[in-house]
Design a protein around this ligand. Structure first.
Ligand SMILES: Nc1ncnc2c1ncn2[C@@H]1O[C@H](COP(=O)(O)OP(=O)(O)OP(=O)(O)O)[C@@H](O)[C@H]1O
Ligand SMILES: NC(=O)c1ccc[n+]([C@@H]2O[C@H](COP(=O)(O)O)[C@@H](O)[C@H]2O)c1
Length: 283
């Protein structure tokens, strides 16, 4: 795990430094705006689809926008987010770090996960703005230093929750979509037009990415496969498969989970984790 940014069990915020090693510090085009993509989520566990989202977004930005991607981060929710199927943040950060170990441009930022309390996504995006644009001063371009656009990278189901009463503070939605913006990857089962219908005022700052190869891997399915003792190989990166096996994560008795009851601070799901779970599994 040496090449990646990981947290040990005893790491605290006092030991934290922002992982900027893979962030490109200059762009060559004077006309483009540097872009940093931030994927916030549970990542319990990270899958190939999560990784693929970054590649789709980078292609989309290159061909359809005036942005130039200079870096990207995975930010795992902390242990206070009591969603069904979440294992400890330490494990989730470590799995993400293993998954991006060979990448030249994807990083894992443990800052959010290191907090004991739940952090709203607006605060997480503020943190990236502070580190990249305020502390680091943005990046160099032939036209002088420019601030990076920091944007949320998410699936359509996440943007749909923005229209679900009680999940997001409307002030946070306004703040995120005005000041940052979002790259949204379409997802089977979510009607993107419906998901965006209440977000009309923000559409210039919401970039919808079509999946040209439909991929509906979900963490829920991976956890279900593990409980049924089925293979998860080639659905998640190999080092993540090994990590899950070595640490007995998501196995039948739910070992190493912080929460399996779906109660608490997160949006939660009913026990049984129905989202996307196939019904034709043995067991
Ligand atoms: N198949 C998918 N298509 C598009 N976006 C996805 C897909 N799977 C996950 N995402 C997005 O990835 C981000 C992180 O998601 P998350 O960790 O909740 O994964 P998940 O697979 O949806 O997890 P779970 O099954 O536990 O709910 C979210 O923005 C989510 O919308
Ligand atoms: N109020 C908020 O800021 C708010 C509400 C709902 C979800 N979220 C974020 O969206 C992501 C959702 O992830 P999951 O799909 O794994 O639940 C998490 O990063 C969570 O923090 C934020």
């Amino acid at each position: 795990m040496a090449a990646a940014d990981h947290i040990a069990g005893d790491m605290t915020l006092a030991d934290y430094t922002f992982p900027h090693g893979r962030l490109r510090r200059r762009i060559t085009s004077p006309d483009r705006t540097p872009l940093v993509l931030i994927a916030c989520g549970s990542f319990s566990p990270i899958t190939f689809l999560h990784l693929r989202m970054f590649e789709m977004a980078a292609d989309y930005a290159r061909f359809n926008t005036e942005f130039e991607v200079v870096g990207a981060y995975l930010s795992c929710v902390g242990d206070a987010y009591k969603k069904t199927g979440l294992v400890k943040a330490e494990h989730r950060v470590n799995m993400c770090s293993l998954a991006v170990a060979q990448s030249s441009w994807l990083s894992v930022d443990p800052w959010e996960a290191l907090h004991e309390e739940y952090l709203e996504t607006a605060k997480v995006l503020d943190h990236f703005h502070q580190e990249i644009n305020v502390e680091m001063g943005g990046v160099e371009t032939p036209a002088g230093r420019k601030q990076c656009k920091i944007a949320l990278l998410a699936g359509a189901d996440l943007i749909q929750t923005m229209s679900t009463p009680g999940v997001w503070d409307p002030k946070d939605i306004d703040y995120i979509l005005k000041n940052f913006g979002a790259f949204i990857v379409e997802r089977t089962g979510t009607d993107i037009d419906e998901a965006l219908s209440t977000l009309q005022p923000y559409t210039p700052n919401i970039f919808v990415i079509q999946q040209l190869v439909q991929n509906d891997i979900s963490s829920t399915k991976i956890r279900l496969f593990r409980r049924r003792d089925m293979s998860i190989r080639y659905l998640v990166p190999e080092p993540v498969v090994n990590y899950i096996e070595e640490n007995n994560l998501y196995d039948e008795d739910g070992a190493a989970s912080t929460s399996s009851d779906g109660k608490g601070g997160g949006k939660g799901r009913a026990p049984g984790e129905s989202k996307g779970a196939p019904s034709n599994l043995p067991g």
